[in-house]
Write a protein that binds this ligand. Structure first.
Ligand SMILES: [Zn+2]
Length: 188
């Protein structure tokens, strides 16, 4: 990706964060669970922003990998907040926390992130399954379909890259849509 595309990747990560804070501040149905999602999303933002900014101005792959590992670790950590927000269960959240700790330990052991890209994607996918499934189990099947549909759309753009070097920016924007439906699911 070009430096300008990586800069766009960094800036577009503001969309999900801004959406969460606007929702927390102004939605009449905002509650402690939507605030929990806001905290999780905000915690992840600095690492993701730093990774894309770094990639926009440096070709040092080693440092980029270190920042990427921090970025992915923060995705795991934010998933714990998401799991609590969607399940509203302390015991379920603790179960997700145990998985997260294992996933971070596994990530730290990895040498060369490019080689393990599929394993990494799969373990992040497990996190998404863990924090979205409770939406269906709590009976909110309509919102669950929106959540899964929006995540599938974002994932498709991430994998197929239909917009070339701009696909990752579009992926971030679609994540904001996914974020919106998770917020809606958490306030019911
Ligand atoms: Zn990204």
């Amino acid at each position: 990706m070009t430096p300008i595309q990586e800069t766009a990747n960094a800036v577009s990560m503001l969309f999900p964060v801004a959406l969460c804070w606007l929702y927390s501040q102004y939605a009449v149905t905002a509650n402690m669970y939507t605030f929990c999602l806001t905290i999780g999303t905000t915690l992840h933002f600095p690492a993701s922003f730093a990774y894309h900014v770094y990639c926009s101005c440096s070709s040092d792959i080693y440092t980029a990998e270190v920042i990427k590992k921090i970025d992915i670790s923060m995705i795991y950590i934010s998933s714990i907040f998401y799991a609590f927000a969607t399940s509203r269960s302390i015991s379920y959240t603790i179960g997700c926390l145990l998985y997260t700790l294992f996933a971070i330990w596994f990530l730290v052991q990895q040498k060369g992130l490019g080689i393990h890209k599929m394993k990494r994607a799969a373990s992040v996918g497990v996190c998404v399954i863990l924090y979205t499934t409770p939406i269906a189990f709590l009976g909110n099947t309509v919102m669950y379909k929106y959540v899964i549909g929006s995540f599938a759309s974002a994932s498709t753009v991430y994998i197929i890259r239909p917009f070339g070097g701009w696909s990752h920016t579009v992926f971030h924007i679609l994540l904001a849509v996914f974020q919106y439906y998770i917020l809606c699911a958490a306030n019911i």
